[in-house]
Design a protein around this ligand. Structure first.
Ligand code: GLN
Length: 588
């Protein structure tokens, strides 16, 4: 039965019963286990990092895991959010624009996610209203309980069926006590009751403060907010304490005392230098064992787990050993907020770990950079990234940075807007196309080398309609990019843009020496550019967001090449120094 048919039949009986249980076809209650992670005290505790690390630890045991983030805001997706307020917009292969946490899950689990893994209040309410208009709840007033909460549970069960996961990890956005997520929490309370014993494991992530004036950890804010959680009818099974330093036994005992959680299930989740160290922190603390017990899971496949752990430990060991210093400059508008560039920071860490480099990032506010002072601004950097962006601000400064990198053989990687900026710079300063620009910046540019994509012209609204998601990139045989990506004919990268290289300028740019080494199949959309090796040691750009598909165990090759060339530029490696560490996949 389709969900709508099922709904129609429910509608008929709805005046006879208060129950409303919409279950997707094929769902078997009790087959899938749920780990539900709730935040207390404050936001920004790294719920996504915690939840993805826990999912990773369980994945390493051989369980099939699927994460879902429940986001309280009414937007249908994250595409219209300002990254300055909310962190970067992460794009999934199917084109879903979502919260940056989904990036953390993809990297940690080395798994592609889809729109099933991201649910906002906007999606829930639109769906409920759609069903209401179709007559799905005939005879009933549509209520927060059971209809809206029912829709939330439907989404979790739909994910369980479609992903065939053994364990679904549910991350509730926001903090206990927020108005926006209260109905998500209520839905989670109902879920355990409906699914039966050992089906749900509630984890309260909390924060233990340590005011500098006291020099001592205090548990009161955590206690009070956990109490507030308990008032919703949810008794946490596990408390995970975020803190700057390891949480003291005294604090753990206090929290246990006030929350009925045994002290051995109150864990310290203190700050780590890299998010990839968190899975081992969880294992060492024994959270995985606690989850196994609470969910009554069958014992793990020890061989598979050991193999997966060895792979991960290899990454951690390389990360710890990586010590050759190199500095990458990143220009950008959102320089005040690092979350806006979370995936780029991660991709640099993956590449650095792979190459034995400790990458330091220098943020360059391109708003204030001009040709005259660019040398001073870039004096300390060994490579440059111009990342994605929108609008006019800072564009001339970015062009100045690209010009400097190109003329001074400084390694360059352009990402999305940085690809378009590289084209503009080359058109102006090498091909002699004066005033070349993007029509996003100058609609009357004499040479509109970057122009709006034809299919974007007719679109008037702004939500969810850019060229979005995974696209194949055809690599030119024999090109540098082709070599870097392992000499394969196509790679799949993720996109989020409205503008492109105007096709009539492709030939003039190529005549001027620019090489378009990655193109869209069957369409004249340029997707990767490079300069030949005899002209520049490392000059690449891609219309894609290559940072989104870089994984710790599979770093993106363009990032690896940038960091490698930057190490040579910095004098901490030489040209013959090629990476030796194998790219490895985890046990699966
Ligand atoms: N503003 C450019 C475009 O829309 C680049 C987008 C981006 O960097 N994500 O094409």
């Amino acid at each position: 039965m389709t969900p709508d048919k099922m709904l129609a039949s429910l509608g008929k009986v709805s005046d006879e019963t208060e129950f409303y249980t919409l279950v997707p076809p094929g769902y078997q209650p009790g087959r899938t286990k749920f780990v539900i992670v709730l935040g207390t005290v404050m936001s920004g505790l790294g719920k996504g990092i915690f939840s993805s690390s826990l999912a990773k630890v369980m994945q390493d045991k051989g369980f099939k895991v699927a994460p879902i983030k429940l986001e309280g805001y009414l937007n249908r997706d994250s595409g219209t959010l300002n990254p300055y307020r909310h962190g970067e917009v992460f794009v999934l292969d199917d084109g879903m624009e979502c919260d940056m946490d989904l990036g953390t899950y993809e990297r940690m689990l080395n798994q592609d996610l889809s729109r099933l893994n991201f649910c906002t209040s906007g999606q829930i309410f639109s769906e409920v209203l759609r069903k209401e208009r179709k007559g799905g709840y005939l005879g009933r007033d549509v209520q927060m309980i059971p209809h809206v909460t029912g829709e939330v549970k439907y989404r979790l069960r739909e994910l369980a069926v479609r992903s065939e996961a053994d364990i679904v990890f549910v991350e509730i956005g926001g903090t206990v006590g927020d108005v926006e997520n209260a109905y998500f929490i209520e839905a989670m309370r109902q879920l355990a009751f409906k699914e039966g014993p050992n089906s749900c494991c509630y984890v309260a992530l909390t924060y233990v403060v340590e005011p500098p004036t006291l020099g001592e950890q205090k548990s009161k804010p955590a206690q009070l907010n956990i109490k507030q959680l308990m008032a919703t009818g949810i008794m946490p099974h596990i408390i995970a304490c975020r803190a700057h330093r390891p949480v003291t036994r005294k604090v753990q005992e206090k929290l246990a005392l006030y929350s009925n959680v045994p002290v051995e299930r109150v864990f310290s989740m203190h700050d780590m230098e890299s998010v990839y160290l968190v899975p081992n922190l969880l294992r060492e603390a024994g959270i995985d064992q606690a989850v196994m017990g609470i969910l009554a899971l069958p014992p793990a496949d020890a061989k598979c787990e050991q193999q997966a752990r060895d792979v991960w430990d290899g990454y951690v060991a390389r990360y710890r050993a990586a010590d050759r210093p190199v500095t990458i400059g990143i220009t950008g508008k959102y320089t005040a907020l690092r979350d806006s560039y979370a995936s780029i920071i991660q991709a640099l860490e993956h590449a650095g770990t792979y190459l034995g480099a400790r990458v330091r990032i220098e943020w360059i506010d391109s708003g204030g950079v001009a040709d005259a002072d660019v040398a001073v601004r870039l004096a300390e950097v060994h490579g440059i990234i111009v990342p994605g962006g929108f609008g006019v601000r800072g564009v001339e400064g970015k062009i100045a940075c690209v010009r400097y990198a190109r003329e001074n053989r400084m390694p360059y990687l352009g990402l999305c807007y940085g690809f378009q900026i590289a084209v503009i710079e080359y058109a102006r300063n090498v091909c002699g196309l004066d005033g070349a620009n993007s029509t996003e910046v100058d609609p009357n540019a004499p040479h509109p080398v970057i122009d709006i994509l034809p299919e974007q012209r007719k679109i008037k609204e702004l939500g969810g309609n850019m060229r979005l998601g995974g696209q194949d990139v055809e690599l030119t045989r024999g090109s540098r990019a082709w070599n870097l990506y392992g000499q394969v004919p196509t790679v799949r990268l993720r996109f989020r843009h409205r503008y492109e290289v105007e096709p009539r300028y492709i030939q003039p740019l190529e005549n001027g020496g620019m090489v378009f080494s990655g193109r869209a199949p069957n369409q004249p959309i340029m997707q990767i550019l490079e300069l030949p090796a005899d002209q520049h040691p490392c000059f690449f750009a891609t219309q894609a967001h290559a940072e989104l598909t870089s994984r710790p165990l599979e770093p993106d090759p363009l990032f690896v090449e940038l960091v490698r060339a930057a190490m040579v530029f910095a004098g901490v490696a030489d040209e013959s120094d090629r990476p030796t560490a194998a790219r490895t996949a985890p046990c699966g």
